[in-house]
Write a protein that binds this ligand. Structure first.
Ligand code: SF4
Length: 402
């Protein structure tokens, strides 16, 4: 059954998808670093922080809602595939304080944000489960007290399998987290070790079961495809195993090796061993096979790669992708955007905290979009989100676009 599915997916990619790729090389053909990707659009007019603040204020005057993101960049070790800005063994407390200091500055310098309804708050990382119980309680209390979180706000909290201890699960529940997310990535102990992960398959499965039985409104499990030597068959097996656990959400990410100047260790590995990585065709096959398994298990896709049980589509994706409300990101290296702009916080930790010490928002630079750029950006976001409107070939290719 699985062999047939994989064979059909491979034939479909070769006969239907790759001809489109070859006809549109600038759009779909991956660069020599075929696992690279861009975050955001980074088009438009590049400007400094002060001009961005003016644009944010203008935009928020006409919006009713915002989506918030808080970045906890500390990890206990760096995974081999990680291209995120993280600090191994960093001072978690300092970053928690930094988030609240930055949010205070925003409330002061962008007062328009104060009366905006917050429908989704996302605590991501890094590894937010490295926060102590007291820090989790303090941070979530802070957001409740200082922002207008709606009654049924969705609060997502990310964590690692070994980080979601019974105590942290209980604390997150009590603090109001509604959506618990866990990065499982692959189900193979030897491979997890090679990737630099500290957790085991048994731990990951126990954690997913623990989160489900804790009765969060939703539980998300992340898996990644495209690792070196990862076969379509093994990936399919992992997807099936996770689907059997019945979390409300499963997210399938394609492996990306870098963004901007941030490259993972795997990116160097790729330079030396490109043949070990699944080809573009094979990653498309993985995407299709993952889709078929999850659809067959009753999950619905939207946006591309994010699968939910019916009725459990995360609010955060509705906010960010479909309705495209402004996203305000807090933290070192955080990224924010609205319809007319996008901006990035300081890329150096010392500059991030120096800005806070001087009473300034740590915005380093950003881009302002003209009307045409705004429309094309909105179009791409919506294309990725409105999966039902895409045909099978578009579903495969739209994932390349952002
Ligand atoms: S992949 Fe996740 S857990 Fe691993 S180092 Fe990066 S942010 Fe931390």
């Amino acid at each position: 059954m699985m062999d047939k599915l994989i064979k059909e997916a491979r034939e479909f990619v070769q006969s239907q998808v790759m001809p489109v790729v070859h006809q549109n090389p600038t759009r779909f053909q991956r660069t020599p670093d075929q696992y690279g990707f861009k975050v955001g659009f980074e088009t438009g007019e590049r400007v400094k922080g002060k001009e961005i603040v003016v644009a944010v204020r203008e935009q928020l005057r006409i919006e009713k809602r915002v989506s918030l993101y808080a970045h906890m960049p500390v990890c206990s070790r760096r995974c081999r595939y990680c291209h995120y800005p993280v600090v191994v063994g960093g001072d978690v407390g300092r970053f928690v304080e930094g988030l609240m200091r930055e949010a205070n500055l925003l409330l002061e310098q962008v007062p328009e944000v104060r009366d905006k309804m917050v429908t989704s708050l996302y605590i991501g990382g890094g590894t937010p489960t490295l926060m102590s119980i007291a820090q989790i309680q303090k941070l979530l209390r802070y957001f409740r007290e200082h922002f207008r979180l709606v009654d049924n706000v969705e609060i997502t909290f990310e964590g690692s399998p070994e980080g979601w201890t019974p105590e942290k699960v209980e604390c997150a529940k009590l603090a109001g987290v509604t959506r618990a997310s866990v990065g499982v990535q692959v189900l193979d102990d030897v491979y997890l070790k090679w990737l630099g992960r500290q957790d085991t398959v048994a731990q990951a499965i126990d954690t997913v079961k623990r989160l489900i039985s804790a009765d969060f409104r939703s539980v998300n499990v992340d898996l990644i495809y495209g690792f070196p030597r990862q076969s379509v068959e093994k990936f399919a097996e992992d997807v099936q195993s996770v689907a059997t656990l019945r979390p409300t959400n499963i997210t399938l990410y394609r492996l990306r090796l870098g963004r901007g100047d941030l490259n993972s260790q795997l990116s160097r590995y790729y330079q030396q061993h490109p043949d070990e990585f699944p080809s573009q065709v094979e990653t498309y096959v993985m995407q299709i096979v993952g889709r078929r398994i999850l659809e067959h298990s009753g999950y619905v896709e939207g946006p591309i790669g994010w699968y939910s049980k019916p009725g459990f589509q995360p609010r955060v994706y509705q906010d960010r992708w479909i309705e495209q409300v402004s996203l305000i990101g807090f933290g070192w290296c955080a990224y924010s955007y609205g319809k007319t702009y996008e901006y990035h916080n300081a890329e150096s930790i010392s500059r991030y905290f120096a800005a806070l010490d001087q009473g300034q928002l740590p915005i380093e630079h950003g881009w302002l979009y003209n009307q045409k750029e705004q429309q094309s950006r909105q179009f791409v976001f919506r294309r990725k989100a409105l999966v039902k409107e895409l045909n099978e070939v578009e579903k495969v290719l739209v994932e390349e676009e952002i």
